[in-house]
Write a protein that binds this ligand. Structure first.
Ligand code: ZN
Length: 131
């Protein structure tokens, strides 16, 4: 739990942008953790997620600026910038996931992940934090 204890307050809103700037986000509330997950999709995307609700997170992008990818039960849509390829966010689109979102904190200012508290989540197996 050492990493959790080092969590600091970061300046709000937390804003981020894909590499080319076509997709930006703002997060009004600091997420509890910066979560790196080892499930198949998160490993493929290389993301560190900041989770929140759709009221706490706003994403700005032109219509059609992102590629949306869903897998398995199709509860989540993972968005990637069509221009630069950055993974920007996911949103819940089915079932209990509707209203839930997460943004890729790798696209926020340098140091944001560490300030929030970088934690590793075992989404591949136990669904528990590994630290
Ligand atoms: Zn982009």
């Amino acid at each position: 739990m050492a990493e959790e204890e080092t969590s600091q307050n970061v300046q709000l809103p937390i804003s981020g942008s894909c590499h080319c700037g076509a997709v930006t986000y703002e997060m009004k509330v600091q997420p509890r953790f910066a979560v790196e997950c080892n499930c198949t999709i998160c490993r493929s995307l290389g993301t560190v997620w900041g989770h929140g609700s759709s009221e706490e997170i706003s994403v700005t992008a032109a219509p059609g600026a992102t590629l949306s990818y869903s897998r398995g039960d199709k509860e989540l849509a993972f968005h990637t910038c069509k221009t630069c390829g950055s993974s920007t966010h996911w949103e819940g689109i089915e079932g209990d996931s509707v209203g839930r979102m997460a943004v890729n904190l790798r696209l926020a200012i340098p140091g944001a992940v560490e300030a929030i508290g970088h934690r590793h989540f075992d989404g591949a197996d136990t669904w528990k934090f590994l630290d």
